[in-house]
Design a protein around this ligand. Structure first.
Ligand SMILES: *Cc1c(COP(=O)(O)O)cnc(C)c1O
Length: 341
């Protein structure tokens, strides 16, 4: 089913449902999920909650949707949310935090995803006539191409607990993080009150994100999902795909990581290429090339059947289920030809 015309290294979001997933989707029993009548979705949400060792889960259309639900439930209008300057919530959600969640973001700078914990502690504040209340700390793991250590995640949780502030984990690629760290996703989930888990990245499902948390949090998320127009009807098809994503696709992410390792070593052989080794934990390779021609690389590769994103201070190439070892050899061969040819 995969498209052999293109080798697509832009993101793992480009993955298409596998044939096993498509077969499962056709078996969906379906019902109206707004009435909680979709049996596959009910089973799926229960299974994801159990896997993350939380009370409950709710299926939503996207990771942005899920993060925004978490912000609006953990924090009231005008409350403050501490978040990394480079996080998805700040950089890639089109200011939804102000438009939808109506919270104030305090962007705390980190050393590539790792906050100075003393600084974090001092950033948390009490409400007064002049100051907002800090209601939430948002973590992200994997953070770009980096898997943040479990010990660090626990330390952030401790700081939050000491101030009775809640923690939301943007775990869009939490299975990649757990794979890289050699831990179970529930250990990362234990460091947060809620976790957002994307099904449509490396896990290959066509659509969807699951938000997990305690019972009252998920009850409110279900209500707010409806308010946001995210109450969907016969979603069993997506639940079936999600089930395959969670049960089987999560087991193979190490292959994507190994493929990224191979891609990094091939890139390293090209003169002028520098790999960013500090974010080489998952299925991504961030690199730069000391060559002014780099700004034409994207067009050159597209002409040779390889899709990449534009150079934005750095190149990011991503491996996933729909690229093979030979695809990577071919793609990086074109990069080498471009710079050395
Ligand atoms: C992809 C991603 C999201 C969600 O993105 P959507 O396109 O809204 O599904 C959220 N956080 C992180 C860190 C991501 O990588």
């Amino acid at each position: 089913m995969s498209d052999h015309t293109w080798i697509d290294l832009r993101s793992d979001t480009v993955t298409r449902p596998t044939s096993a997933m498509r077969e499962e989707m056709m078996k969906a029993r379906v019902g109206d999920d707004v009435y909680r009548d979709d049996p596959d979705m009910n089973d799926f949400e229960r299974e994801v909650a159990a896997l993350f060792q939380k009370d409950d889960a709710v299926f939503v259309p996207s990771g942005t949707f899920s993060n925004q639900l978490a912000l609006m439930i953990h924090a009231g209008m005008g409350d403050e949310v501490i978040v990394d300057q480079q996080s998805h919530i700040v950089q890639h959600e089109a200011a939804a935090s102000s438009v939808i969640a109506s919270v104030q973001l305090f962007t705390l700078e980190s050393d590539r995803g790792i906050w100075d914990l003393d600084k974090l502690d001092k950033t948390i504040r009490q409400r007064s006539l002049h100051t907002p209340k800090t209601a939430l700390i948002c973590t992200e793991n994997a953070f770009g191409g980096r898997a943040l250590p479990l010990s660090y995640m626990r330390a952030v949780r401790q700081v939050a607990d000491s101030h009775h502030v809640r923690v939301h984990l943007d775990g869009a690629r939490v299975f990649n993080a757990a794979t890289a760290l050699g831990c179970h996703v529930s250990e990362l989930a234990a460091c947060a009150d809620s976790v957002s888990v994307c099904l449509s990245k490396g896990l290959g499902a066509p659509i969807g994100t699951v938000l997990v948390g305690d019972r009252s949090f998920i009850d409110r998320a279900r209500l707010n999902r409806k308010i946001m127009g995210g109450g969907m009807r016969q979603v069993g098809f997506l639940a079936r795909a999600g089930m395959v994503a969670i049960r089987t696709m999560s087991e193979r992410l190490a292959e994507d990581h190994a493929l990224a390792d191979q891609m990094a070593s091939l890139l390293e052989e090209i003169p002028g290429v520098t790999i960013d080794e500090t974010r080489r934990d998952i299925n991504m390779v961030f690199f730069d090339v000391d060559d002014p021609r780099k700004h034409r690389l994207r067009d050159y590769l597209w002409e040779h059947g390889v899709k990449i994103n534009p150079h934005e201070g750095v190149f990011r190439f991503v491996t996933h289920h729909d690229v093979s070892r030979t695809d990577i050899e071919e793609a990086i061969g074109h990069v080498r030809d471009f710079f050395t040819g």
